[in-house]
Design a protein around this ligand. Structure first.
Ligand code: FAD
Length: 307
């Protein structure tokens, strides 16, 4: 175990101990020892913003995760894509495996923050924050998360992202656990066409956290019937969710123009979100409905034009 204590002649405005664990067990032991005074650091982009904004107090112990081997990179097997938690958003938004098998995640990663942030920020940090814009995209791809947690021994846990979000909402999340990676299932698109989109609204055009995000994924057969419909909404500091009534509206049915107004209405009724000084709950709900309706309309019409 190596420990760097920052030293300087100028008084350090942010005195802290930076730990460089060699493996996950060591990292989790340090976290358990210092509890709320310690934080895992991946890219540090969100933590820095939270410290600067006074949202969380500056941690006395920072535990680097980039010193642990095998947490970074994107691999493909016959049925899955595995993304290491320490993989940068820039890499995820440029990877052809993710583009082919996780198209909304690919889009999301290209629209989070600005290029300079995406060079540093990791997909794991985005998910572990529980409010990252990658989460709605992962929900529509039925992604699962691989965690390491520590009790009397190290446990490796695989969990669907939707189940993990339930644990987060219930306040039972383990704060000592490390996200190791994300797994996307490859799906056959034989005889069907995949429709996907990711839409995000922020307070400014770029470089700002989102107010609302929506993600959509479905298959359409040659007769125009939808199947495997997955729709999710999130954004801001709200916990993302699947919009199951919107999914049911489309599942097994053929596209018709009235679906656009119905889906906008259902999404605004079902999306559980919040108000803050920047946007009311009602504004976020209505925006989610409009984003979804516009995305569906554009996707269907560009599909019709391609035929
Ligand atoms: C200007 C600016 C704009 C931004 N815009 C957006 C935006 O549009 N959308 C968006 O979603 N985010 C945005 N962010 C927030 C942030 O950049 C991203 O969420 C980023 O992906 C976080 O990754 P990171 O590696 O920097 O996480 P860090 O800051 O290192 O960590 C974030 C949190 O996750 C924990 N953590 C990190 N990795 C792990 C792990 N492997 N296991 C367990 N816990 C872990 C940390 O302890 C910390 O609590 C923005 C940030 C800035 C500064």
């Amino acid at each position: 175990m190596e420990m760097n204590i920052e030293t300087s002649r100028i008084p350090d405005p942010f005195p802290c101990q930076v730990w460089e664990p060699a493996d996950m067990e060591e990292a989790m032991m340090i976290k358990r020892q210092y509890g709320a005074n310690a934080a895992f650091v991946a890219g540090g982009t969100l933590l820095r913003t939270q410290w600067e904004g006074g949202i969380v107090s500056k941690h006395e112990h920072l535990i680097r995760l980039d010193t642990i081997a095998d947490l970074r990179g994107i691999d493909e097997s016959d049925q899955h894509i595995h993304i290491g938690a320490l993989t940068r958003l820039r890499e995820c938004g440029a990877d052809m495996y993710i583009a082919n098998h996780g198209a909304t995640l690919y889009e999301a990663c290209r629209h989070i923050a600005a290029p300079s942030i995406r060079n540093q920020a990791t997909i794991g940090g985005n998910i572990a924050s529980a409010v990252g814009d990658a989460i709605p995209a992962l929900l529509v791809h039925n992604a699962s998360l691989h965690w390491a947690d520590i009790g009397s021994k190290v446990d490796l846990i695989q969990q669907d992202i939707v189940d993990w979000l339930d644990v987060v909402k219930s306040g039972r999340r383990s704060l000592d656990a490390i996200l190791m990676g994300i797994v996307l299932e490859k799906q056959s698109t034989e005889h069907q066409q995949e429709i996907t989109f990711f839409r995000k609204i922020g307070r400014r055009e770029a470089f700002t956290p989102s107010l609302v995000t929506v993600a959509f994924r479905a298959m359409v057969d040659p007769l125009g019937h939808f199947s495997q419909v997955r729709i999710a909404a999130g954004g801001g500091s709200g916990i993302a969710m699947r919009l199951s009534r919107c999914e049911q509206l489309l599942e097994g049915n053929r596209y018709h123009a009235e679906m656009i107004t119905s889906i906008a209405l259902l999404a605004s009724e079902d999306f559980v979100t919040y108000s803050d000084p920047f946007a009311s709950e009602q504004y976020r709900q209505q925006t989610a409905g409009n984003l979804l309706a516009a995305g569906l309309w554009e996707s269907i019409h560009s599909q019709i034009e391609r035929r």
